[in-house]
Design a protein around this ligand. Structure first.
Ligand code: 13P
Length: 262
């Protein structure tokens, strides 16, 4: 039943537009201090741009990785307010979120800009965490997988099977983000399995190793049952990642599910 899962949970904390430098440093230190007890998992902190360097310093030498929340697709130039892939790499990032639903909804991002950003990330040696997910009306109208298919086809256009080895897909149903409503494990698994099938159709075996993580009101109390599902490889956590106990608790619970399988 759980034959496919081989890796420990990959858990990223998206801090969104939260935390001062001092708060960011402290939270990062707490997470880094807990990391040795969370071996077998992939941990990534995703602070706002202003805290990247401080968080990078705080987690240096630990198993905690660094990610950014967005990037622009050009490497440099007259693009006031934007930050590029090479700059993120230089700041110590290994990951970058692309096409988060808040960026799509509030800042006009489209599957085409998501694609440009994903390619720019790969070109800069960053792993893009490409976010997809349906809104409530789409789910209620039975259009969830059709929406996801469009986001995958558009967002990943032109990527090779080899590229896919470095891509992470985050399924975040928009109705579950920041609402306290989590997709049930079965609802999430249905979409994750669909995404896995689509990736395998498009990229063959190259996609088999691609992590597909879930986001939307993940907490320590639901992490175990979500991670038990075959195609849920980890989490993209918003609100609960703003406290070390919440974030670490989510990782612990996912690890508990993982260890039962291996
Ligand atoms: P919440 O965990 O606060 O629902 O946010 C999810 C999210 O958007 C992570 O990127």
């Amino acid at each position: 039943m759980l034959a496919r899962k081989r890796r420990g949970p990959f858990v990223a904390g998206n801090w969104k537009m939260h935390l001062t430098l001092a708060e960011a440093r402290e939270l990062a230190r707490e997470v880094a201090a807990a990391a040795p007890g969370l071996g077998g998992s992939g941990l990534v902190l995703v602070p706002p741009f202003t805290s990247l360097a401080a968080v990078g310093d705080a987690v240096a030498g630990s198993a905690v990785g660094l990610g950014a929340q967005d990037l622009y697709w050009e490497d440099k130039g007259a693009f006031t307010g934007e930050v590029s892939g090479p700059m993120l790499k230089d700041a110590g990032c290994a990951y970058v979120l692309v096409g988060h639903s808040e960026r799509r909804r509030l800042f006009g991002e489209t599957d085409e800009t998501v694609n440009r950003k994903a390619r720019a990330a790969l070109r800069s040696g960053l792993s893009p965490v490409v976010c997809v997910g349906e809104v409530l009306e789409e789910r209620e109208a039975g259009r969830t997988t059709a929406r996801i298919d469009l986001q995958l086809a558009g967002g990943l256009a032109g990527l090779s099977g080899e590229d896919m080895g470095r891509v992470i897909i985050a399924y975040e149903p928009v109705w579950a983000i920041g609402t306290g409503k989590t997709a049930s494990p079965a609802q999430a698994e249905e979409v994750h399995a669909h995404i896995r099938r689509r990736l395998e159709e498009a990229y063959g075996k190259g996609a088999a190793g691609c992590a597909i993580i879930y986001g939307g009101s993940v907490k320590p109390a639901n992490s175990y049952s979500l991670f038990k599902e075959e195609n849920i490889d980890g989490f993209l956590v918003g609100g609960a990642s703003l406290e070390a106990d919440g974030f670490v608790g989510i990782v612990r619970e996912a690890l508990r599910a993982y260890r039962e399988e291996t």
